[in-house]
Design a protein around this ligand. Structure first.
Ligand SMILES: [Zn+2]
Length: 322
């Protein structure tokens, strides 16, 4: 079997691009497929034409996780090609009930991001940013027709490019993320689990209860361990170029997470007890979502380690040493 062909598509996020991987044999298959936009469509068309293919030739799209930059354009490709879309069982509702799922997730983000903003601070500005972001996501993401969507189990195998890949459940960035591992070749299609930069755990609800927030960073650390244990020659990530030496990358990202977690603890010891006070120091002048979810994660880890506790004081979360 030949290597997956990497195709870079443009994305609205800060990253330079998102990857879709093309397999030619036994039939044209894509793993992930970018956001729906004119630029993305044209980039895919151009890359396929190099292989003497067109979008209508795509037979199957396999999705690692249902985020807009990985699934957004699937609907448009299906319309053109009639392709089947394969998602893991945790992505199904996101694929076919996209708007409902987003509405639930927005509630969670409002509660856990805006809920911790200072009363006289940038709350409104951030709220606007959040809603602007959601609208941009909805524009770039078509809901999929049910009859085209199939599910694969998170702990099974999947035939891609004529050979079996083990599905590796890798929660952290999101609780619906899967990677694919080809044992003989030692290849990993890594989604957003392993990237040059540390992927952040998004603010989302748990798989069981849409009113409960997922503790993504702890899950991410466990997934790092799981992936580190695999024998891997090449990682084909969701963003940036393929790379080797996954263990070194994982070790450095895990080290950094613990370092930042310790800095958070030091700040709490020093009397910074509010989310926004901590955020101001750790992410000076960088009002951003990834930073907010990382800080959430450091606090979750410290609570799990029984080093700090969280209370509501005057309507806001208050963190203090145990
Ligand atoms: Zn991504």
């Amino acid at each position: 079997m030949s290597e997956p062909i990497r195709i870079e598509l443009p994305t609205m996020y800060g990253m330079q691009s998102v990857n879709t991987y093309l397999f030619l044999e036994p039939e044209p298959v894509l793993v992930d497929c970018g956001e729906k936009s004119k630029a993305s469509w044209e980039a895919l068309q151009a890359a396929l034409s190099v292989q003497n293919l067109a979008i209508k030739d795509i037979k199957k799209i396999i999705i690692t996780h249902a985020h807009v930059d990985h699934i957004g354009m699937a609907g448009q490709i299906v319309e053109e090609s009639g392709a089947e879309v394969w998602v893991n069982e945790h992505c199904y509702d996101w694929a076919v009930h996209t708007k409902d799922m987003w509405a639930k997730r927005m509630k969670m983000m409002e509660k856990h991001i805006l809920g911790d903003m200072p009363p006289d601070g940038d709350g409104d500005k951030f709220k606007q940013m959040l809603f602007g972001f959601m609208n941009a996501v909805m524009d770039a993401w078509d809901v999929l027709p049910k009859e085209k969507v199939h599910t694969y189990p998170i702990d099974g195998t999947l035939n891609i490019g004529g050979t079996d890949w083990q599905v590796i459940y890798a929660p952290g960035h999101t609780n619906m993320q899967t990677c694919f591992y080809q044992k003989e070749k030692k290849w990993l299609i890594g989604a957003d689990m392993l990237l040059k930069i540390t992927a952040t755990p998004v603010i989302e609800f748990t798989l069981e209860d849409s009113s409960k927030r997922e503790k993504g960073l702890a899950a991410m650390l466990a997934s790092y361990q799981k992936i580190s244990d695999l024998e891997i020659e090449t990682v084909f990530p969701g963003h940036y170029e393929p790379f080797n030496d996954h263990r070194r990358l994982i070790a450095s990202q895990v080290r950094r997470i613990h370092m930042r977690k310790e800095s958070t603890l030091e700040l709490i010891k020093g009397g910074k007890n509010r989310f926004y006070e901590l955020f101001d120091v750790l992410y000076t002048n960088r009002m951003n979502m990834p930073g907010m979810s990382m800080l959430r994660g450091y606090l979750d880890l410290l609570i799990d380690e029984n080093k700090i506790e969280e209370q509501i004081v005057d309507g806001y979360n208050f963190y203090q040493l145990v």
